[in-house]
Write a protein of this length. Structure first.
Length: 114
């Protein structure tokens, strides 16, 4: 029994290509919506990081500088804290002051390993 190699134009390959086209077409709106959400999140994180600056800021301070709702700012700050992008500093009035974590460059990492 000899195997027949799949050629470039085999019916199976054409069927898979057509199925993928249909799948992309069906999911086009969902993909576009997810892409738009990701862009909005990146923009929000960037504006929060700019608001924190070098001295840090409280939740009300970030809300004032970014114009974002406080619940949304708090959610982003909690997430950024969870993933080590910011740290919670001393209290400033009734709120903690959040500060950016200094990012190490690859050169600094290599120097620490030596």
């Amino acid at each position: 029994m000899s195997e027949v190699p799949m050629t470039e134009n085999s019916p199976e390959k054409d069927a898979r290509k057509e199925a993928m086209k249909e799948l992309r077409k069906a999911r086009k709106q969902k993909i576009a919506a997810a892409t738009a959400r990701m862009k909005e999140q990146k923009k929000a994180i960037k504006s929060i990081k700019e608001a924190l600056g070098t001295e840090g800021a409280t939740v009300p301070g970030v809300v004032e500088q970014t114009g974002m709702p406080s619940a949304e700012v708090f959610w982003y700050l909690a997430t950024m804290k969870k993933y080590g992008e910011i740290v919670e500093g001393d209290k400033d009035g009734g709120y903690f002051r959040y500060k950016l974590v200094a990012e190490e460059t690859p050169q600094e990492e290599v120097a620490q390993e030596s």
